[in-house]
Design a protein around this ligand. Sequence first.
Ligand code: ZN
Length: 85
Amino acid sequence: MRGRSIKKCAGCGDHRSEVELMRIVNNKGEINVDPGGIMSGRDVYICPQITCLDAAVENDELSNALKIEISDSIYNKLLEEINHG
Ligand SMILES: [Zn+2]
Protein backbone atom coordinates (compact mmCIF):
# COMPACT_ATOMS: atom_id res chain seq x y z
CA MET A 1 0.00 0.00 0.00
CA ARG A 2 1.35 3.36 -1.00
CA GLY A 3 1.92 6.17 1.43
CA ARG A 4 3.00 3.96 4.27
CA SER A 5 6.66 3.54 3.63
CA ILE A 6 9.35 5.51 5.35
CA LYS A 7 11.89 7.34 3.23
CA LYS A 8 14.98 9.28 4.09
CA CYS A 9 15.33 12.93 3.16
CA ALA A 10 18.47 13.41 1.08
CA GLY A 11 18.95 16.83 2.62
CA CYS A 12 18.54 16.65 6.39
CA GLY A 13 18.62 12.87 6.66
CA ASP A 14 15.38 12.64 8.60
CA HIS A 15 13.19 9.62 8.08
CA ARG A 16 9.61 10.52 7.28
CA SER A 17 6.55 8.97 5.71
CA GLU A 18 6.91 9.21 1.95
CA VAL A 19 3.67 11.20 1.68
CA GLU A 20 5.37 14.00 3.62
CA LEU A 21 8.34 14.07 1.30
CA MET A 22 8.82 15.32 -2.23
CA ARG A 23 9.72 12.56 -4.67
CA ILE A 24 12.11 13.59 -7.43
CA VAL A 25 12.52 11.27 -10.38
CA ASN A 26 15.04 11.08 -13.18
CA ASN A 27 12.83 9.87 -15.99
CA LYS A 28 15.18 9.16 -18.90
CA GLY A 29 17.23 12.26 -18.23
CA GLU A 30 14.33 14.53 -17.39
CA ILE A 31 13.92 15.54 -13.79
CA ASN A 32 10.36 15.59 -12.55
CA VAL A 33 8.62 15.92 -9.25
CA ASP A 34 6.26 13.04 -8.84
CA PRO A 35 3.77 13.54 -6.03
CA GLY A 36 1.78 10.50 -7.10
CA GLY A 37 4.76 8.20 -6.90
CA ILE A 38 3.94 6.63 -10.24
CA MET A 39 6.86 7.59 -12.46
CA SER A 40 9.60 5.07 -12.89
CA GLY A 41 13.26 5.88 -12.84
CA ARG A 42 15.91 6.77 -10.34
CA ASP A 43 14.36 8.63 -7.46
CA VAL A 44 15.22 10.55 -4.36
CA TYR A 45 13.16 12.06 -1.57
CA ILE A 46 13.52 15.37 0.21
CA CYS A 47 11.43 17.36 2.65
CA PRO A 48 9.52 19.97 0.65
CA GLN A 49 11.56 22.87 1.93
CA ILE A 50 14.37 24.96 0.52
CA THR A 51 16.86 24.12 3.27
CA CYS A 52 16.63 20.41 2.45
CA LEU A 53 16.87 21.03 -1.30
CA ASP A 54 19.98 23.14 -0.77
CA ALA A 55 21.51 20.59 1.59
CA ALA A 56 20.84 17.73 -0.82
CA VAL A 57 22.46 19.67 -3.66
CA GLU A 58 25.46 20.67 -1.57
CA ASN A 59 26.17 17.21 -0.21
CA ASP A 60 25.79 15.72 -3.72
CA GLU A 61 23.05 13.35 -2.54
CA LEU A 62 20.72 14.64 -5.22
CA SER A 63 23.14 14.24 -8.10
CA ASN A 64 24.33 10.85 -6.82
CA ALA A 65 20.83 9.47 -6.36
CA LEU A 66 19.58 10.73 -9.70
CA LYS A 67 22.84 10.13 -11.58
CA ILE A 68 22.60 13.56 -13.14
CA GLU A 69 24.25 16.90 -12.63
CA ILE A 70 21.92 19.34 -10.91
CA SER A 71 21.91 22.25 -13.33
CA ASP A 72 20.47 25.65 -12.57
CA SER A 73 17.36 24.81 -14.55
CA ILE A 74 16.80 21.61 -12.56
CA TYR A 75 17.44 23.43 -9.32
CA ASN A 76 15.03 26.21 -10.26
CA LYS A 77 12.38 23.70 -11.25
CA LEU A 78 12.63 22.00 -7.88
CA LEU A 79 12.64 25.35 -6.11
CA GLU A 80 9.47 26.29 -7.93
CA GLU A 81 7.84 23.02 -6.90
CA ILE A 82 8.66 23.76 -3.28
CA ASN A 83 7.41 27.33 -3.49
CA HIS A 84 4.24 26.60 -5.40
CA GLY A 85 3.72 22.86 -5.16
ZN1 ZN B 1 14.78 17.10 5.08
